[in-house]
Write a protein that binds this ligand. Structure first.
Ligand code: AMP
Ligand code: ZN
Length: 120
């Protein structure tokens, strides 16, 4: 844990957040400044700064985070219902200044719900 890192503090329970999912490796909670009607963040408990810092040892964790996205989307009413349906969601990882990353603790955004959305 990095004491200066807001997502480490949320994952450790030091800063309160409404967790919508947690297990030994990952937490998820709503984005404080949502860009869409549903906007969740999937965050590993371990402090990894960016996607570019991930190594082979992190593949299972990355897979878990990605795999959690459709489940959380479904639980929040924006699950994929087939190509003819209105449902579906966006998964997003911003990396570095060029990618628009603001919080330097790896996270996957899950966005969904009726458009228009704020640009991300
Ligand atoms: P990124 O640009 O990918 O680094 O996005 C960081 C996201 O974290 C932004 O969408 C912020 O609104 C969100 N965020 C920052 N602080 C908090 C917080 N304390 N709780 C929930 N979301 C946060
Ligand atoms: Zn951190």
């Amino acid at each position: 844990m990095s004491a200066a890192c807001i997502f480490c503090q949320i994952a450790a329970g030091a800063i309160p957040a409404k967790l919508v999912y947690e297990d030994a490796e990952v937490v998820a909670f709503p984005d404080i400044n949502p860009a869409a009607p549903v906007h969740l963040l999937i965050v590993p408990r371990v402090h990894i700064e960016t996607l570019a810092d991930c190594e082979n040892q992190h593949q299972a964790l990355l897979g878990k985070m990605m795999g959690l996205a459709p489940r959380l989307a479904r639980e929040h009413g924006v699950g994929f219902e087939g190509r003819e349906g209105a449902g579906g969601f966006k998964t997003l990882v911003n990396t570095g200044p060029g990618g628009g990353q603001e919080v330097y603790h790896l996270h996957v955004h899950v966005l969904g719900g009726p458009r228009p959305w704020k640009a991300r």
